[in-house]
Design a protein. Structure first.
Length: 429
């Protein structure tokens, strides 16, 4: 047995780490009886999740499992995901931040719930003008910019499923997913910044679009300004479409609980990418409840999941879960080590972030860079830490607990996958 293996074995055999009493007292879920309830009262216990949402009509049955494995959740219920993430918060949270966005070059944008609601409505109206109808699939090929969640929620508002393609994927990957989903609509961006350099994204989007069967209506977000490629031909400019619909309100389309909210394609690392259909009622209930119970999200929080919306983690725990709960969700465009290796901790400090949900790979990078970078900043606003994406080794867990959480933040280690839509194995904080 090597010294490294022996060390890992010793680290794995540590005492339990209890959350502070102050955290326990204020946690969203404090009754350990929840475990027994879900075991003994399956599936009706999941009504707790659905009750966190606003339904236009209630469900007749929690779970229909007559046609396994094609399960149906909250059968007969009707709702709209966009209305749950926006409209229902306007009276009490309208002037509070919904999204705090930080660009890689340091520029910032704040969208209050009222401002986000307005732009989502305006873009929903624009999509309808471009011919998007209920159940049409709209492809999205964008990095971490606010227009991505705007476009997602606009699609949800009019009942058009979205299919987000990770911006780092190739043009061929975009074409493959658009052809597989029969998508005739694409929302993309002229470019974005990485390590201070402006990257042309539109050329890649055009190359992929040209491989799609049939005509494609394309909307382009202007991120780079004069540094970006020009919009040509029949391409539409996002900002112009939104401005042309200023002040327009679109009534949310009533969706059955089993209607598709979005398509998310698996990465394709082990074969051809597979399109996973996530429905409106079951998915939204689940990511809202797990955000509430596992990540302990409250409306007054400033919560940050540092994933990319191009992956399922970003869909569930940057957009739909946090916004359904009326909290503030942080988005960051760039990499964690630009312009310096304290970039994340600077954002935590600047925005008084209360929860940080990140990947063990990132934590191991932070360890390599050293504790001097988080020590430059006040991280005392943090009250919960989370991990996602892969198993976390004991050394990284302890470093995260000590240097980021100051040995005061519970850590929730979560396991799940694209197909599940939300956390499947985790502790409660």
């Amino acid at each position: 047995m090597t010294d490294e293996v022996q060390l890992e074995a010793r680290l794995a055999a540590q005492d339990e780490f209890e959350p502070p009493a102050s955290f326990v007292e204020g946690a969203n879920v404090t009754d350990e009886g929840i475990y027994e309830e879900f075991e003994q009262n399956w599936p009706e216990a999941w009504e707790h999740a659905a009750e966190l949402l606003t339904w236009e009509s209630g469900w007749d049955e929690v779970l229909n499992d007559d046609d396994e494995p094609f399960y149906e959740w909250f059968v007969g219920g009707e709702l709209n995901a966009s209305a749950n993430c926006l409209d229902r918060h306007l009276d009490e949270r309208g002037d509070e931040p919904a999204i705090e966005w930080v660009g890689e070059l340091g520029e910032t944008r704040t969208y209050t719930y009222r401002e986000l609601h307005r732009e989502v409505n305006e873009f929903a109206a624009a999509l309808r003008e471009q011919g998007v109808e209920e159940d049409d699939v709209v492809a999205m090929y964008m990095p971490m910019i606010p227009e991505l969640p705007v476009a997602m929620l606009a699609c949800a508002r009019i009942g058009a499923p979205h299919a987000v393609v990770f911006a780092g994927f190739s043009a061929d990957a975009l074409a493959e997913r658009m052809n597989a989903s029969d998508s005739e609509y694409l929302v993309t961006v002229d470019g974005y910044y990485r390590r201070g350099d402006a990257l042309d994204h539109l050329s890649k989007a055009r190359k992929g679009r040209d491989q799609v069967d049939g005509d494609v209506t394309t909307v382009v977000v202007d991120r780079l300004g004069e540094e970006g490629p020009e919009v040509t031909g029949d391409e539409r400019v996002y900002g112009e479409l939104v401005a042309a619909n200023e002040g327009v309100e679109v009534e949310p389309v009533t969706r059955d609980a089993e209607d598709m909210l979005f398509l998310m394609y698996t990465s394709g690392t082990t074969g051809k990418p597979k399109g996973v259909k996530h429905t409106t009622g079951g998915y939204l209930s689940y990511v809202t409840w797990t955000s509430h119970a596992v990540l302990d999200v409250k409306p007054e929080d400033t919560y940050w999941c540092s994933a990319d919306i191009g992956w399922i983690t970003g869909h569930s725990y940057i957009v739909y879960g946090p916004l359904a709960l009326g909290t503030t969700s942080v988005m960051y465009e760039g990499t964690p080590d630009y312009p310096d290796k304290d970039r994340l901790w600077e954002i935590v400090d600047d925005y008084d972030v209360t929860q940080l949900y990140t990947a063990p790979t990132a934590i191991r990078a932070f360890m390599k860079w050293g504790p001097e970078y988080p020590e430059r900043h006040d991280l005392s606003s943090l009250r919960l830490l989370g991990t996602v994406g892969e198993p976390i080794n004991p050394r990284a867990w302890k470093w995260y607990y000590k240097h980021i959480g100051n040995e005061e933040c519970p850590i929730v280690d979560t396991w799940w996958q694209t197909e599940t839509g939300g956390m499947m194995i985790t502790t409660l904080p």
